[in-house]
Design a binder for this molecule. Sequence first.
Ligand code: HEM
Length: 264
Amino acid sequence: MAVGFALSTFTPASAHQPVAILDTDTTAEKGPLLVDGTVSFATRATFSKAGQTRAFRAGLKEGDQLSVQYLIFDRKPESAMKSKQLPQLVITSPTGKKITIKFTERTKFFEPYSQTKYLYLARYSAPAEAGIYSFVATSRAKASVTIAVGDREVEGEVLRGPAPAPTPSATKAAATPTPEPAKTTEALYTMAKVKENDSASSCWSVINGNVYNLTKWINSHPGGASAIRGLCGTDGTSSFNARHRGQSNPTSTLAGYLLGPLEK
Ligand code: HEM
């Protein structure tokens, strides 16, 4: 299996090493991996409209502290936006615990290296579990946000590249020789592939044009396993929208299971 990780550039030690989250970093697996999540990183994500996701991962060890700060530029449009309009950040721990970051403040902060004025909206800190945390931000309007992780001012390492294949079908496709691994990954999320994953042991569903792997959600759904089980292998858009359209909790939960856009 080709798991060609490419190393991104190092920047000199400074307050929060910048990391760009690309528009294609729509799932944690596609997004960059901050190898040591205790090092001070500032990830920057940009959204052009509501309903987009941007994601990355950070590695932590037993005994580490997970430290996350959510910042926006202290300028319009972000500074004029209500908390409800700003992208929602959901962090998933290595054991699957979900943390939805709540906006509790609007504190001014001047970052001297980049001469940038920010507003702190949230600061979160807790003892870390060992393993890879995923960070998924879901937009509710056009906006740009900075998610800072870690606080040790040393050089950090950022890895990018296709994540190890998550499903047997992905392994099959990854084994096919092709010079363009990114294309291969995209081509996985066709309706035909969704239909193959129609069981409780591998449950994919299409919702509003995106493909989700809901396998792990079946037994966690507050509305019962059967509601999710019924979506496996199908386009679940109408069922989901009928029950949950416009609800932030179901929408952000869903974002955590995103595989990618449905290939037409
Ligand atoms: C992938 C699709 C779905 C996701 C991610 C999802 C997510 C959620 C979440 C997060 C809640 C808790 C509500 C909250 O905290 O605000 C919830 C509750 C609920 N969901 Fe879903 N849901 C999905 C699909 C469905 C479908 C298709 C149905 C019905 C056919 C359904 C019926 C319900 C019901 C009835 C509740 C309320 C349970 C209660 O409060 O007792 N859900 N869902």
